[in-house]
Design a protein around this ligand. Structure first.
Ligand SMILES: [Fe+2]
Length: 209
């Protein structure tokens, strides 16, 4: 019997849609820039919690409910998130997935997003609106890392599936989906142009008993 490989961690990287991404992203950039200008609460929150960058996480975290452009994004994401959950083996009969949170992240220079997960959610992800050349990847951590207490270092020539970290370098127009318990971070990009992304969470509810 061969050695078993069990308990996979699945991350999906896919285009949001096949056509019209450039003009859709321009519309999103307009909304993000207008929001940042008007959002004084978010500017203050970002100065304390996201120094050098802007995020609407602390002020407008349900953008899909207040912006028609973000509602279009939600509509495009819904089937992708559902397909991802089904591919992971979740039984969605009599259950409905829905976007619960959706917020803007704008980062350039030395702005970072430290290691975190998305508690209280089922599936999380990010849609990439603008990714300048040289912008940072999103770096995922092996969820078992904090249990590897007495392990020696691993070789550095291992394939991606055996590593303790894996970085996804997204392109504009791509969506990255992962289960909300998976810790991740964004190191600094040191780019002049902003990296603009929209993060979101999905939860589930029962539709029938
Ligand atoms: Fe995140």
């Amino acid at each position: 019997m061969p050695m078993l490989s069990l308990f996979p961690t699945r991350i999906e990287v896919a285009l949001l849609k096949k056509r019209g991404l450039d003009s859709f992203n321009r519309d999103l950039i307009d909304v993000c820039e207008s929001l940042r200008l008007a959002d004084t609460t978010g500017q203050r929150w970002s100065a304390r919690n996201y120094p050098g960058g802007y995020t609407s996480y602390g002020s407008h975290d349900q953008m899909h409910r207040i912006s028609t452009t973000f509602a279009v994004l939600e509509k495009a994401l819904d089937p992708q998130v559902k397909a991802y959950a089904l591919a992971l083996g979740y039984d969605l009969r009599g259950r409905k997935l829905s976007m619960t949170d959706c917020w803007v992240n704008m980062m350039a220079g030395a702005v970072t997003h430290s290691l975190h997960l998305h508690p209280l959610s089922f599936i999380s992800g990010t849609y990439y609106v603008q990714v300048p050349r040289g912008a940072a990847a999103i770096k995922f951590e092996d969820p078992r890392l904090d249990r590897l207490m007495a392990a020696p270092p691993r070789r550095d020539d291992l394939p991606p599936r055996e590593r303790l970290h894996f970085s996804v370098k997204p392109k504009a127009g791509q969506v990255v989906l992962f289960e909300s318990w998976l810790r991740h971070e964004v190191p600094p990009s040191f780019t002049l142009r902003e990296r603009i992304s929209i993060s979101f969470n999905y939860g589930w509810s029962q539709t029938k008993k």
